[in-house]
Design a protein around this ligand. Sequence first.
Ligand code: GAR
Length: 201
Amino acid sequence: MIHIVVFASGTGSNAINLISHFRQHPAIRVKAVFCNRPDAPVIQKARAEGVPVVVFDRQAFNAPAFVDTLKQHDAHWLVLAGFLWLVPPALIDAFPQRIINIHPALLPAYGGKGMFGHHVHQAVLAAREPKSGITIHLVDHRYDHGDTLFQVTCPVLPDDTADTLASRIHALEHRWFPEVVETCITRGVLHLKTQHAAQTL
Ligand code: GAR
């Protein structure tokens, strides 16, 4: 069995969607949810799904022993689903090309430190962009920066608010994230990167 550890900090709709998607999968399972906010709704939701939750603080996250904690959970892939801290180098080195993030905009635009959730959608609306979308990418040493694996767009409508745009983006995330993670694990990072490069030519 290949094990995913999902990192989430908030509501956790993507984390729960990943748990459901892989529940019946013959070879892949969400082994645990790691959460950095003790009051995050995702904690109760994941536990209700029977998935163990590990809550940690910034000191633990940046300590060398954090990799050991992940190895104790038999983690093979890390999937960030609404997780906002910069991933430390030791973690990136321990999971080379095996950390995936989702971002609610079309990177490289509207990414970077502080660009999360409604901040992203407000910036997209303020710039009067005709479209937005989601980016699923590998994690490297910079915020929202690693190789893009997948992007899909949606329109930004004239009467959109940050809320209406957020729900359109969430729908895209729920539709595509589990499938892209599955393809990445079963067919390889290179397969997705090549496909994405071909689409953007
Ligand atoms: C998602 O829209 C995800 O793309 C975003 O946080 C949301 C979490 O929603 N991530 C970022 O903004 C990362 N920069 P959820 O808790 O309902 O899954």
